[in-house]
Design a protein around this ligand. Structure first.
Ligand code: AMP
Length: 399
């Protein structure tokens, strides 16, 4: 079966068509600037030149139509008709406390996604728009919603409740949900498979280190804890997000800078992290270059980033009473051997974790990077959220 995976943002739409026979990507692409001037579709087919189309996309329905047109185009297409697509898997940010697993979309599911608009104000409206666009353009085709919050829904109560009055959970669903859930589920399972670990009992920590960064603990692939919270702001230091801060910082900046809470939250989400600390960039490569050139705060930002990762690894090793494997993934985790080496060598000696320099000299492919005498296995495991969504979609439509 061929599965189309869609990831809709407020003005963009990313897609991949995956042949589930061998999990190969038949085509992928991106619609940009939907609803604004200068809309463009870029369609990529392995072994062929990229196809680019600049045409008006007033809404997501038009963008979805253009994606189907590109996929079935005589010259640039990869399928003869949309009938070849078995189902469509949608990345949806927030399922709230009610939708705890991926599911086939019906009216109830759409209502819950809508009810969660205030929990995921930037993403959920766009995700629902994408689903409704598919219903309009290819009626009758099954749509599956795969939530970024699913991994966090298996957390135990002691991990997901905030220590605030329970009425706020009861009234508004305020709890830790966690994000990058599709990635944490995928990478923890791949780690178990690739590392030949016990599928029921393996204690795995996944470090998803990209522009957005989060870390998770799981036993047998089931979530035990995760660092992002009600929103993706909590946890690690990220490209532009602060991660953990004392909530009183918000009040302090509001009072002293005469800003609203929304304005300060915007600063914590978009102007903080390694960007805010270094003043250089949110891109780790730029910050590393600045640090090498002697920029002190760039060095401190990277140091603090690694330190925070190490503190969470320590906390999660304690949460699981041990750890069998630590996996690095996403942009920094998959490409930056220096960061991996420093985290392990500076902070994880007490766990008996040892990195092997030669094995660690690797990028973007599954690899064991620890030495044979390491007490904790260390891995590089590339994340693949699209494939994870396609697998879930296939599982549900075949059930
Ligand atoms: P992601 O959000 O997973 O796409 O990751 C993006 C981040 O990965 C950016 O901050 C990049 O600077 C970082 N990244 C990509 N390649 C490298 C590299 N070779 N060394 C350090 N950081 C990298």
């Amino acid at each position: 079966m061929k599965i189309l995976v869609l990831n809709c943002g407020s003005s963009s739409l990313k897609y991949q068509l995956i042949d589930m026979e061998d999990e190969s990507v038949l085509a992928k692409g991106l619609c940009e600037r939907i609803g604004i001037e200068g809309s463009k579709l870029t369609h990529k087919v392995p072994g062929k030149d990229d196809f680019e189309l600049e045409t008006a996309m007033p809404d997501h329905a038009k963008a979805v139509q253009l994606v189907f047109d590109a996929l079935t185009d005589k010259e640039h297409g990869v399928i003869a008709s949309v009938d070849e697509i078995g189902a469509i898997g949608h990345r949806v940010l927030h399922g709230g406390p009610k939708l705890t697993e991926s599911c086939i979309v019906d009216e109830h599911v759409k209502k819950v996604i809508r009810d969660c608009f205030d929990l995921g104000p930037l993403h959920n409206p766009a995700n629902l728009t994408g689903i409704e666009a598919c219903e309009k353009v290819v009626p009758g085709k099954k749509n599956v919603a795969v939530f970024d919050t699913t991994f966090g829904m298996s957390l135990p109560e002691k991990a997901y409740y905030y220590a605030i009055p329970t009425e706020y959970y009861e009234k508004y669903g305020i709890r830790r949900y966690g994000f990058h859930g599709t990635s944490h589920t995928f990478v923890s399972h791949e780690t178990i498979k690739f590392g030949h670990l016990d599928p029921e009992k393996a204690k795995v920590i996944v470090c998803h280190l990209g522009n957005g960064a989060s870390i998770s603990a799981s036993i047998g692939g089931k979530g035990v804890d995760t660092s992002m919270g009600l929103t993706p702001l909590e946890g690690l230091i990220m490209g532009t997000r602060s991660g953990d801060v004392d909530a009183a910082v918000v009040q302090f900046i509001c009072n002293h800078e005469h800003k609203t809470v929304d304005e300060v939250l915007n600063i914590l989400n978009k102007k903080s992290g390694v960007l805010g600390m270094s003043g250089v960039s949110s891109d780790f490569r730029d910050v590393e270059k600045a640090a090498e050139e002697g920029n002190h705060m760039a060095e401190v930002a990277l140091d603090a980033f690694r330190y925070r990762v190490a503190k969470y690894i320590g906390a999660y090793a304690a949460a699981m009473n041990g750890v069998d494997a630590i996996a690095f993934t996403a942009g920094v985790g998959e490409n930056d051997k220096k960061t991996r080496k420093l985290i392990v060598e500076q902070y994880l000696g007490y766990l008996g974790a040892k990195i092997d320099d030669k094995r660690n000299d690797v990028r973007g492919k599954e690899a064991l990077i620890s030495s044979d005498d390491s007490k904790v296995k260390l891995f590089l495991i590339p994340t693949n959220e699209e494939l994870a969504i396609a697998r879930d979609t296939l599982r549900l439509v075949e059930a």
